[in-house]
Design a protein around this ligand. Structure first.
Ligand code: ADP
Ligand code: MG
Length: 153
């Protein structure tokens, strides 16, 4: 697992944008971290890197669960904070997105427990001071390893 420290919200957005530029259909990014850790800011960067219109607001889809952004490829941005009970991807209707023509970025992906793709990139954000956050990349398969390496070089 490799980590970097960002010193501002803008640096986290820029780091997310680096990852967004690399994403291809079928890629899956799990965003882990407490409320306020910067998951949504990182997702906003991913959207920018995927050439989503910078005027489009990227917010936590807490009530809607899923926001879809129209970029170079579709971006499926989930926030599963409010997900309770059913942790079955098929029953939830997520399958078509997880195996679909876009990239998935999922806040609180750990709510799905074991029902996640095998090859995913986990990005964990932690408070490291007022405006500082540690951002760690952990790959669970070959495609995610390519992404983790490329985003940090
Ligand atoms: P989450 O989605 O994890 O709940 P958000 O991305 O919505 O968190 O919020 C992160 C908050 O922390 C924002 O208000 C942002 O301006 C602030 N912030 C301060 N420093 C940073 C940083 N280095 N990276 C990301 N966000 C930061
Ligand atoms: Mg959020």
């Amino acid at each position: 697992m490799s980590c970097v420290v960002t010193k501002s919200q803008q640096e986290t957005v820029a780091l997310g944008a680096r990852l967004g530029r690399l994403l291809q259909p079928g890629d899956f990014v799990a965003l882990v971290g407490d409320l306020g850790a910067g998951k949504t800011q990182f997702a906003k960067g991913i959207a920018l890197g995927l050439e989503v219109d910078p005027e489009t607001p990227v917010t936590s889809p807490t009530y809607t669960i899923l926001n879809i952004y129209d970029g170079r490829i579709p971006l499926y941005h989930f926030d599963l904070y409010r997900l309770e009970g059913v942790h079955d991807v098929e029953a939830l209707g997520f399958e078509e997105y997880f195996s679909g023509g876009g990239a998935c970025v999922v806040e609180w992906a750990e709510r799905l427990e074991e029902d996640l793709p095998g090859d995913l990139l986990t990005v964990t954000l932690n408070h490291a001071g007022d405006d500082e956050r540690s951002v760690c990349f952990d790959a669970s398969g070959p495609r995610a390893r390519v992404l983790a390496e490329a985003v940090l070089t």
